[in-house]
Design a protein around this ligand. Structure first.
Ligand code: ADP
Ligand code: ZN
Length: 293
């Protein structure tokens, strides 16, 4: 049996065909233009093979409430051609298979939970630090969702007194995403993150903000693992800095070994490297098929 998976991002769509045990057999990358340009290519790719179900992890914000009239739509995105686009419906109508639909980070956390760094845990959280910051969490196999999907990139953080940067979030300016996303790093320091590898102060400040996020996620949710992915996390040197700040900020209040001597197993890189989202889409597809009976 073959399953389909889409990781829909702001710059590219990754589409894959894989198996029910999470193996990718074929994949293509399609640039994100307008829906009229991109979606027909996506559909053509999946029509080549007989897939039994499809899982979609999409950039957001999206409507994930199954009883909502706009379930499966992209909502108020700055990518105007995609605003109000009935993403799920269009693919379901074209491919006529059960489809799962969630955010890109929710798909990623599912992939990591089932096959990656979270596979031995009952709960885990995945945060991506890239063009934006977003996170998803799984508890006992279920994605965390309330009235909508979480927006954990837009939490309010304490500014470092040494950081005069005003932030880049168009909604909140100096929320976590506004201060610590890839574009925030680039605007603050005048160069892309990848070119700043040797600048210690860049990563010290970045770790200070990401550690605050980890502490907040920890205090609120107590996941068993926090996985940090996305382009900025390619700076491997940031992990020890984040762990050190997290320990200092928690200051002994939580006695679990995960935030103390075992913190290297608590704050980790993705087990599936860059494939968390696309493999997670296969998990979503499998679940959609099971639900459809
Ligand atoms: P997206 O979030 O668009 O899906 P990425 O996760 O690759 O894509 O994130 C892109 C962002 O990550 C850009 O702002 C880029 O400058 C930054 N980035 C990519 N590689 C690195 C790196 N090695 N070190 C620091 N920042 C990086
Ligand atoms: Zn924000």
């Amino acid at each position: 049996m073959l399953l389909g998976s889409i990781e829909a991002g702001g710059t590219k769509f990754v589409c894959a065909i894989g198996t029910e045990d999470g193996k990718i057999l074929d994949r293509i990358t399609i640039p994100t233009r307008t829906p009229d340009e991109t979606i027909p290519e996506v559909i053509a790719f999946f029509r080549k093979e007989k897939i039994s179900a499809l899982g979609i992890g999409s950039f957001g914000p999206i409507d994930v409430k199954k009883n909502s009239p706009t379930y499966g739509h992209i909502l108020k995105t700055p990518k105007l051609p995609w605003q109000n686009y009935p993403f799920l419906q269009t693919l379901q109508d074209a491919l006529e298979v059960p489809c799962g639909f969630t955010t890109d980070v929710n798909a990623a956390v599912l992939g990591e939970y089932v096959y990656g760094a979270g596979k031995d845990a009952d709960s885990c959280l995945y945060v991506t630090v890239g063009t934006g910051i977003g996170a998803g969490a799984v508890f006992r196999g279920e994605l965390l969702e309330g009235m909508s999907h979480p927006e954990m990139g837009h939490i309010i953080v304490r500014k470092s007194p040494d950081d005069p940067f005003e932030g880049v979030c168009p909604f909140h300016r100096d929320c976590l995403e506004g201060l610590a996303s890839g574009p925030a790093i680039e605007k603050r320091w005048g160069r892309k993150g990848a070119e700043l590898a040797d600048e210690k102060k860049v990563w010290e400040l970045e770790a200070y903000y990401l550690a605050q996020a980890v502490v907040q996620y920890t205090m609120i949710l107590m996941p068993e693992k926090i996985i940090i992915g996305g382009g900025v996390s390619n700076q491997a040197a940031i992990f020890p800095l984040i762990r050190r700040h997290v320990r200092e900020m928690i200051n002994g209040y939580i006695t679990a070994p995960a935030v103390d001597e075992k913190i290297s197993d608590y704050i980790v890189s993705p087990g599936l490297r860059g494939d968390s989202g696309i493999v997670g889409g296969l998990v979503l597809a499998k679940r959609a098929l099971e639900q459809a009976g």
